[in-house]
Design a protein around this ligand. Structure first.
Ligand SMILES: Cc1cc2nc3c(=O)[nH]c(=O)nc-3n(C[C@H](O)[C@H](O)[C@H](O)COP(=O)(O)OP(=O)(O)OC[C@H]3O[C@@H](n4cnc5c(N)ncnc54)[C@H](O)[C@@H]3O)c2cc1C
Length: 423
């Protein structure tokens, strides 16, 4: 049997999983490395089957009310004159999928808000070691005391600690996609209201994201780099230096955007990459969201895969009535097809960051032509809406009697359990 479930990561997949686990009567604990909920990021899409999941959670009205309301992308020249525009809202209306773009931080805040009374959140800590036994997992934390859980789920993103501790070094699973990207807060006087304004140099894009729902603005940067850079993904100052070097001397509003990014404590920098794994579970440990199957930020599918994956994983754990191996297997069988489709939809980065000046010209020309309309049709073909409908786990699934966050798990006595060092 399993009841106490530790989830690592409080962004999208973690709280969504905790929501459903609490609904089914389990006792989820979410541990988040950051000392407070992370607010950063631009818009993410709640689309296709994620809309249905959010509706079943009862949060779709809140998501719609908080929608980013961005019309589309406007490509500008160095003099800040618009040279091409993509009206994304018009394309979405053609697809009629009910999708909503929302700031990542707003979605994370909604998910936290609807779980905070039923779920134990531990902020500012991280799993240091995991030791699996037949009857549970002994977890040592970086700061808090060690605790025993029945299952551990990694929802801790592309650089997942749970994945590293359970499956080994991330280099086995991360596929570098030849670019780096960064998000940061920007001066709201820059850019254009309700548009993503973007400036290109060959192999580089700097942009300003202005949501209709927020007074602030977000800077985003992408640059090509054939070989991966070597840096510490937890060292923000080092990452800021790398970004400054990549955009040194780039005109338009880049100097102002860089200045804002360098001063921003919520600065976010990473390689554009995908996570591909042959299996998402091992024993009593499983992965959900970007930790298991990141499709990359340019796919626009991260939040959708996280929400639907969390829904399926919790539902299968409930339906399996204590057989976690069967639950993990069925979660993977049900979710992998959508993941594989979404991981194929990646070439949009070439549209946003053409390699050379001819590419920039071609992109702008295509953007101005009706060809783009047909892209909406193509998107419909690969839409996960054509995949098997979401199962309804609540009909007839065994729900445990336990409700609420419950008391903290009994801590392992230091005399009986000694925490080892991190792998
Ligand atoms: C700050 C931020 C900004 C983002 N901005 C965008 C964006 O603009 N556009 C976009 O498409 N995608 C963005 N993403 C990624 C996007 O959220 C995911 O692709 C998608 O929503 C799936 O979410 P996830 O919960 O699986 O992973 P993530 O959103 O990556 O969340 C992982 C969570 O785990 C936490 N974590 C990491 N390591 C540990 C650890 N050792 N212990 C405990 N917790 C840990 C992280 O702090 C984070 O809260 C952003 C993610 C973050 C964290």
């Amino acid at each position: 049997m399993y009841e106490r479930i530790l989830i690592s990561g409080a962004s999208i997949a973690g709280p969504a999983l905790a929501f459903w686990l609490a609904r089914y009567g389990f006792r989820p604990t979410v541990v988040e490395l950051a000392p407070r909920l992370r607010e950063g990021g631009n818009g993410v899409d709640v689309r296709a089957q994620a809309v249905e999941v959010a509706e079943r959670m009862g949060i779709m009205p809140r998501i719609r009310a908080a929608a980013a309301d961005v019309i589309g992308m406007s490509f500008v020249n160095a003099a800040d004159r618009s040279v091409a525009r993509i009206d994304m809202q018009a394309i979405q209306r053609k697809q009629a999928g009910g999708e909503v773009e929302i700031m990542r931080g707003d979605l994370a805040a909604i998910l936290y808000d609807v779980t905070k009374n039923d779920v134990e959140y531990v902020l500012g800590d991280s799993i240091r070691t995991l030791e699996q036994a037949d009857d549970g997992v002994m977890v040592c934390f970086e700061r808090g005391p060690s605790r025993r859980f029945d299952l551990v789920i990694g929802a801790d993103g592309v650089h997942s600690t749970v994945r590293h501790l359970t499956f080994g070094p991330e280099s086995q699973f991360i596929r570098y996609m030849g670019h780096y990207f960064a998000f940061a807060n920007a001066d709201p006087a820059l850019g254009e209201d309700r548009w993503v304004t973007a400036y290109n140099e060959p192999g580089k894009m700097a942009g300003v994201y202005r949501s209709g729902n927020h007074a602030g603005a977000k800077a985003n940067f992408i640059f090509r780099r054939r070989e991966p850079l070597s840096y510490d993904h937890r060292d923000m100052e080092q990452q800021k230096r790398l970004l400054s070097e990549a955009f040194a001397g780039v005109p338009w509003q880049v100097p102002e955007l860089l200045a804002g990014a360098l001063a921003d404590p919520d600065f976010y920098f990473d390689a554009l990459s995908q996570v591909r794994m042959p299996s998402w579970s091992s024993g009593r440990v499983a992965l959900v969201g970007d930790a298991a199957y990141c499709a990359s930020p340019v796919s626009g599918a991260g939040a959708m895969l996280a929400l639907t994956g969390a829904y399926r994983l919790a539902g299968e754990l409930s339906a399996a009535a204590g057989d976690h191996r069967a639950a993990f297997r069925r979660y993977e069988e049900g979710h992998r097809k959508i993941v594989e489709r979404m991981q194929q939809v990646g070439p949009n980065v070439r549209l946003v960051v053409p390699k050379n000046r001819i590419g920039v010209w071609a992109r702008n020309t295509i953007t101005r032509s009706p060809l783009l309309e047909s892209m909406a049709g193509m998107e419909r073909i690969v839409s996960p809406g054509r995949i098997a409908p979401l199962p309804d786990f609540e009909a007839g699934s065994p729900v445990l009697a336990v409700k609420g966050p419950g008391p903290a798990s009994p801590q392992a006595s230091p005399s009986r359990y000694r925490c080892g060092s991190r792998a």
